[in-house]
Design a protein around this ligand. Structure first.
Ligand code: NAD
Length: 543
């Protein structure tokens, strides 16, 4: 047995490449984009390290060119989910018993592979499969994926180091055990990094995982799975199960050994899964850990003292980057009457320079929304706003799904602060503005707090410090990630741990030590160095 103690210093965030014209990284990425667009892999299930093809197939298409099939994939049925559970449980003991530095080494190796050998391939798969421009893909698929891994290793080393004190007569310690059973990771389409983290955070803590990836992100997610294998994740420790979530959930959530759910996605799906877990509680061996980060209706409240250009750029970047398909995307904005014309004018000028189209044309800032359902949902909401006497479309408002699912960046102004587009998550490039009377800043803060069921991200814009303090107090429970004079998107691992409460999830803060705590079941151990040899206590002696 080797004896050593590893120390993991605080990591640095992965540098974000700029992809300027003429740069080496731009040339390499273009080669990778051509490769991804011309290959058409047949994506299997991976169970116990074996590729399985069920023959029940689906297509992965480019959202910006939906006639172009990027890959085909096989869907898991109930029998494959059972098989995956068996494979996970069979792999569990050895993975859990591995000295944790070796699990950490595998994670750090994934981070190295993602940021070097597979940097351009993973980015290209994300750009083509999820319709992201190069910058959005770089900050997600590469930088955030690597950051989650490196920071989690550092957090785990701190968590494992968290030990109780010992007195002279006894030794106390905490054994951070993995959960008993398997963790079920159900991942969203919109961030490659989130998909990776939902699988690998429990893995680092010694758990085994069933991974149900989003069909709309299969190209990048399958590449991740092969990177995990190359990095040394043993067979059965992660089992890759594309296919309908309903089918895999029906088996996984009801299983005796279901120990935890790591989910990111919509509130509605999370509630349905939680219900299934509750209904199955008599079957479970333990009380499962349920971690879910869900929807948002993210806001900005602008004070009359705000800097107009900062507000306008936050609106355009916050609402329209990645087509508004970030859970943190700005989708409702409260602006004072005195600044209304200036802000709207600046937003109009900025949007005038924004191009929409295929991510392979690097001049495009906005690309396609993920699928037809999303396109139709956005266009329906826009049509309703156009027909409403309370609303008018200031910018955008058109769409075209003939080749790709393109929705113009759209700004609606409403006189009804409770209009549907002020309350409901649309998950597309649609922002609604509500203009308030300058004198009613306190009232609009209270309105903002009470308007939507969500509490994910939000921002206040002001130069007046009293206004900032007041907004921060009134909106204390309205957002798990709160921004001052900044857009409410773009949380960075290790800097702004991410998550919201109310209908936005369990707020277990991805990218922080708090999330890792959920994947351990600590055992407190006491060793008595001098056990008593009699029963009596001193007080029992005669006077
Ligand atoms: P989604 O809920 O449609 O899907 C998420 C995952 O659940 C996918 O893998 C999907 O296949 C699966 N799924 C769908 N129906 C299921 C069912 N009945 N049973 C089991 N699994 C099922 O979400 P999405 O469209 O992939 O992502 C968008 C949503 O995710 C938005 O609501 C967004 O706000 C949210 N999101 C939240 C965060 C956060 O940190 N709070 C981050 C990213 C995305």
């Amino acid at each position: 047995m080797r004896t050593m103690r590893f120390s993991y210093p605080e990591p640095k965030n992965e540098p974000v490449l700029e992809y300027r014209p003429g740069s080496g990284e731009r040339r390499l990425l273009k080669v990778a984009l051509d490769e991804v667009s011309s290959r058409c892999p047949d994506i299997p299930l991976i169970i116990g390290g074996r590729e399985i093809r069920t023959g029940d197939r689906g297509d992965v298409v480019m959202p910006h060119d939906h006639g172009h099939v990027l890959a085909t994939y096989h869907k898991a049925g109930p029998a494959e989910v059972e098989l995956a559970i068996e494979a996970a449980l069979a792999a569990k003991e050895r993975w859990a018993a591995l000295p944790w530095e070796h699990r950490a080494a595998v994670m750090l190796r994934v981070a190295e592979l993602v940021s070097t050998k597979y940097r351009f391939a993973l980015s290209a798969a994300t750009m083509m499969g999820q319709s992201k421009n190069v910058h959005q893909s770089e900050i997600d698929a590469v930088a955030e994926t690597a950051d989650f891994l490196r920071f989690n290793v550092w957090y785990a080393s701190r968590l494992y180091g968290e030990q109780p004190g010992s007195e002279t007569c006894c030794l106390n310690s905490m054994d951070y055990r993995p959960l008993e059973g398997f963790v079920y990771a159900v991942t969203p389409f919109n961030f490659t990094a989130i998909a990776s983290n939902l699988v690998l955070a429990p893995l680092l803590m010694g758990n085994v995982v069933l991974w149900k990836p989003s069909t709309a992100a299969l190209l990048s997610n399958y590449l991740l799975m092969t990177i995990y294998e190359e990095a040394g994740v043993p067979a059965g420790v992660v089992n890759f199960l594309p296919g309908p979530g309903r089918v895999s959930s029906a088996v996984a959530l009801r299983h005796r050994d279901f120990a935890g759910l790591h989910f990111t996605g919509s509130t509605e799906v999370f509630r349905a899964m939680w219900r299934t877990v509750g209904e199955s509680m008599d079957r479970h061996r333990s009380f499962p850990r349920i971690v879910g980060e869900t929807g948002g209706k993210d806001f900005a409240v602008v004070h009359p003292s705000a800097d107009v250009l900062a507000v306008a750029s936050a609106i355009v970047r916050g609402a329209f980057e990645y087509q508004g398909q970030k859970c943190s995307a700005l989708s409702r904005c409260y602006i004072p009457a005195s600044l209304r014309d200036e802000i709207v004018g600046q937003v109009g000028d900025m949007l005038g320079a924004v191009r929409t189209g295929d991510p392979r044309d690097f001049r495009n800032f906005v690309n396609a929304v993920i699928d037809e359902e999303s396109y139709d949902r956005c266009m329906k909401a826009i049509a309703e706003a156009k027909a409403s006497a309370e609303a008018r479309v200031l910018f955008g408002g058109e769409g075209d799904k003939s080749r790709g699912y393109f929705v113009e960046p759209t700004v609606i102004e409403t006189t009804n602060p409770r209009a549907p587009t002020m309350e409901e998550e649309l998950f597309g490039p649609v922002l609604t503005l509500y203009v308030y009377d300058d004198e009613d800043f306190d009232g609009v803060l209270r309105l903002c707090d009470a308007t939507s069921p969500y509490a994910l991200t939000g921002a206040v814009f002001a130069r007046d410090r009293q206004a900032i303090v007041h907004a921060s107090d009134v909106l204390r429970n309205a957002a798990g990630n709160f921004y001052i004079n900044d857009k409410p998107t773009g949380a960075v691992v290790g800097r702004q741990p991410f998550g919201g409460s109310r209908a936005s999830g369990t707020n277990d803060k991805a990218g922080s030590i708090l999330n890792l705590v959920r994947w351990t079941s600590p055992r407190a151990i006491k060793e008595n160095l001098l056990p008593p040899e009699e029963v009596g206590y001193p007080f029992m002696a005669e006077e």
